[in-house]
Structures are given as structure tokens and as C-alpha cells.
Design a protein around this ligand. Structure first.
Ligand SMILES: [Zn+2]
Length: 448
């Protein structure tokens, strides 16, 4: 199944239904369309507009993550919902953090080195409401940028965003959470499992992750086989190793039977607190991921109807359809309508990596941080800059032929480094034709 569709715009630029790549090729061949953008591949029809075409509702579904955000466009057709385009958007959180740390270091160095001593300024700057650390803010901005881009490439009618890991309200329906019971497999069970995972910070309550066992299970503190209840108060997250070792004993009984190794002693130490109903890592259900909510707020500013949903539901939807775990598949399964989506789990999708647009640094520091020599002063050489998508036509030599890739580096003398998916070579600006300007993202995977 060819999943990744080509975006189509009408004569005046209004979005039409994305089409199969073969159809786009035919339209281009007979001259009924022209290419307006390479990535994501978009064509514009010459002879038709939105009013002449049938447009089905398309929902944009987002699964924001710390490192990678899943993005999927799902069309509601006659044969049910179908994923028509998907991407995984990788954020640059860590590089922002390290660059800000660098900047702080340089400034501190300058303060003490250049002139008279200048003490750091007072911390008298107020942070505006809704302020996020720059690394988190960039995730929010990346996601909004792509939501906005896709909204003008496809006829997006609704946006669904996963803003919480679990939905406490759906879990307890307003009643105290302590009374909620665990039911394996139901939507409520999925939400509860996500809640417990969050509460225990995704680590085993007994060994605190010492066992290095990646399999985490919902564990009954007072064993089920001996009358222990299914209520939240009687449940913790345990790794499979600890869960199996504990068997049908209470934590107290198990602690007595544990050996003298360091690992066993650590587990024996946590057991009494768990038996007393006070596991060490209890997180507040309300203290949720601030940046996920910020993504929701940012997407709302696009002016489309936005629905917020929870991760418990996403997992339940994905599992019930038997799809593997991937960020874009999670995105397609987000929301109440995510329980019946046709998609090919093995289809390649576009991988988008946020790279930023270069740096402001004007000197090259040595490894001790002292300025040594000037960094490249020009960003653009003969109209080209790092990150531009280009076609290179190399007439002779090892790399002769026509290549499509991105400019990986520019030099003042006009030589250009070009990286394609397979190789990297140096050529001159005269042999390059720009296909698409650098936009702060690096693209790989399907549709290039
Ligand atoms: Zn464990």
C-alpha cells in the first residue's frame, strides 16, 4: 500500500485532497500541474480549484513527545478513516540547552576578562506567563509550525492533540481516584496503567529499576489470589523480575525471605513502605507535562477546531488494532476516532529533524573556550546556504551524474559540500541548482 500521498493545491493555492504519487506524476507529465514544493512534495493544479473538486474532511493528529512528535493526516473516506500522510518530527532540545550553556560561559568569560570587573546583573527580570524553557518552547514552536504548514497543504478540518498521558477524569468520572478499579484491557484499564506508570516514574516500585528489567507490570500489593482488591490503592508498578519473585506474598513476607545481596537488600528496604501504601515515588496526577499543554494551546491559535485527548486512549486504540509502536502510528491512533484507522505500519514516512538556522558565534574557540580565529563570516555564498535542497550536476569524476541532496556546508571560495542520502561530496556552486531554500529542518525518509 502506498501511504504517503502527494499534497495537491488548487489553481489559487487552496488545499485539495492529497493524491497518489502515480496520479501526481501523470498530472505533471501532461502539464496539468506544477511542483510548488519538494518537501513535503506538493503540486499545484493549473486548471482546477477547490470549488471544482470533492474534498473530504481530513483530521490532523499530533502525538507530542519529548524527543519526537508523531504527525499524521487521516482522511475520512467512504471506506473509513485512512492515514494519507505521516511524519516524525524530531526536536532539538538538547542542542538548544548546550548552546545556551555555551553562551552563558562566553559571557561569563568576557565579564571577567575584557575590562574592569562587572558583576552579573540582578535577577530582576520577570518571566512572562506561560514561559517555558527555550528547549521546551522549541518543541512547541516546531509542532505549531508543522501544524500550520499542513493545514494549508491539506483540507484539514479538525486537529486532535494528545495533551495528557492519562485522563484522570475518564478514569474516575469525578469520584475519588482511590476507589477506581483496575480492569485489564478496557479503556479505563489503559488509562489506569498510564497513571500508575506516571506515578512511579516508569520504574519498578520495589527495586527502583535496579533489575534493569524493561518489562513493567501492574502489581497487586496485597495479592489478588489472597483477596487483595483491584483498587488503585492496592496497585503499584513492578518490573517482571520483582513481580515474579514476589509471587503471591505480601511485600512484608517477601522482604523477610529476600537474600543478603545488595539488590535484594534494596528491595527489602522499599517493601514495608509499599505494604503501608506509601510507595517512595508518588507523583501528583495534576503535575503534568507543561509542554504538552503548551502544544495544545499553540495549535489552538491556528483557528481550527481542536480536540484534546489522552495517551491511555491512544495506547488502547493502537493495541486494539494490533499496530506496532511508532510515533506516527500513535499519532494516527490519537483521539476517540483513532480506534479504526487504516494504515500500513511498515510504510516509510517522512522524518523531519529540527536543526535550527545556524549560529551567531563569530569566533572559533579552542578546546579551552578561548577565541582563536574567526568563524565563517558569510552565511550565503553565491545564493546558497547550508540546508538548501539542491540538484547537483557533476560532469566528470567519481561523482559524475545528477544528484539531489542538501548543501552540507558552504565555503567562501564557492566550493560546496553536498550530502545526498547515500554519499557526500564537494563541488562548486556553478553546478548546483536550488530546489528549495533551507527552512531550519532536515528531511529524510519517504517522499524525497
Ligand atoms: Zn523491580
Amino acid at each position: 500500500m502506498q501511504q504517503q500521498r502527494v499534497f495537491v493545491q488548487g489553481r489559487e493555492g487552496s488545499p485539495l485532497m492529497p493524491c497518489h504519487p502515480a496520479r501526481a506524476r501523470r498530472l505533471l507529465r501532461v502539464g496539468r500541474a506544477k511542483v510548488v514544493r519538494r518537501v513535503p512534495f506538493t503540486v499545484r493544479l493549473i486548471d482546477r480549484d477547490q470549488k471544482d473538486s470533492a474534498v473530504q474532511p481530513v483530521s490532523l493528529r499530533l502525538d507530542p513527545g519529548a524527543r519526537t512528535t508523531g504527525v499524521a493526516l487521516v482522511a475520512e473516506g467512504g471506506r473509513g478513516a485512512r492515514a494519507v500522510w505521516a511524519a516524525e518530527l524530531t526536536h532539538r532540545s538538547q542542542s538548544i540547552r548546550s548552546r545556551l550553556t555555551d553562551r552563558r560561559m562566553y559571557r561569563r568569560g568576557r565579564r571577567s576578562r575584557k575590562t574592569r570587573h562587572r558583576p552579573p546583573r540582578l535577577q530582576n527580570r520577570a518571566r512572562p506567563k506561560g514561559w517555558l524553557p527555550p528547549s521546551l518552547q522549541s518543541r512547541v514552536d516546531n509542532t505549531r509550525t508543522w501544524a500550520e504548514r499542513l493545514a494549508c497543504r491539506a483540507p484539514v478540518s479538525t486537529v486532535v492533540v494528545e495533551t495528557t498521558r492519562f485522563d484522570v477524569h475518564a478514569l474516575s468520572a469525578g469520584k475519588p481516584l482511590a476507589g477506581v478499579e483496575y480492569q485489564q484491557g478496557t479503556l479505563q484499564g489503559w488509562e489506569l496503567r498510564e497513571y500508575l506508570l506516571h506515578r512511579h516514574g516508569h520504574t519498578c516500585a520495589y527495586c527502583q529499576g535496579e533489575s534493569r528489567d524493561p518489562v513493567l507490570e501492574v502489581e497487586h500489593v496485597h495479592p489478588r489470589s489472597r483477596g487483595g482488591s483491584n483498587r488503585v490503592a492496592n496497585l503499584v508498578i513492578a518490573c517482571q523480575t520483582c513481580n515474579t519473585a514476589k509471587g503471591n506474598r505480601t511485600p512484608g513476607e517477601w522482604a523477610v525471605a529476600l537474600g543478603r545481596t545488595k539488590f535484594d537488600q534494596a528491595r527489602a528496604k522499599t517493601a514495608p513502605a509499599i505494604e503501608a501504601g506509601k510507595p517512595s515515588s508518588l507523583r501528583d496526577a495534576a503535575a503534568m507535562n507543561a509542554s504538552r499543554y503548551a502544544v495544545g494551546r499553540a495549535v489552538k491559535t491556528l483557528g481550527l477546531p481542536v480536540t484534546f485527548t489522552s495517551g491511555g486512549r491512544t495506547k488502547a486504540n493502537r493495541s486494539s488494532q494490533g499496530y506496532r509502536k511508532a510515533h506516527w502510528i500513535d499519532a494516527a491512533c490519537v483521539g476517540p476516532a483513532g480506534d479504526s484507522v487504516h494504515l500500513d505500519p511498515n510504510a516509510p514516512v517522512l522524518s523531519i529533524t529540527a536543526t535550527g538556522r545556524g549560529q551567531r558565534r563569530v569566533t572559533k574557540p579552542d578546546r579551552y573556550g578561548f577565541p582563536r580565529g574567526a568563524a565563517g563570516r558569510v552565511k550565503r555564498v553565491q545564493g546558497l546556504q547550508t540546508g538548501d535542497r539542491v540538484r547537483a550536476v557533476v560532469p566528470t569524476g567519481k561523482y559524475r551524474g545528477s544528484h539531489v541532496g542538501r548543501v552540507a556546508g558552504v565555503r567562501a571560495d564557492g566550493r560546496m559540500d553536498v550530502a545526498t542520502t547515500r554519499q557526500k561530496f564537494t563541488t562548486t556552486a556553478a553546478r548546483l541548482a536550488r530546489l528549495q531554500a533551507a527552512d531550519g529542518y532536515h528531511y529524510e525518509g519517504a517522499g524525497l
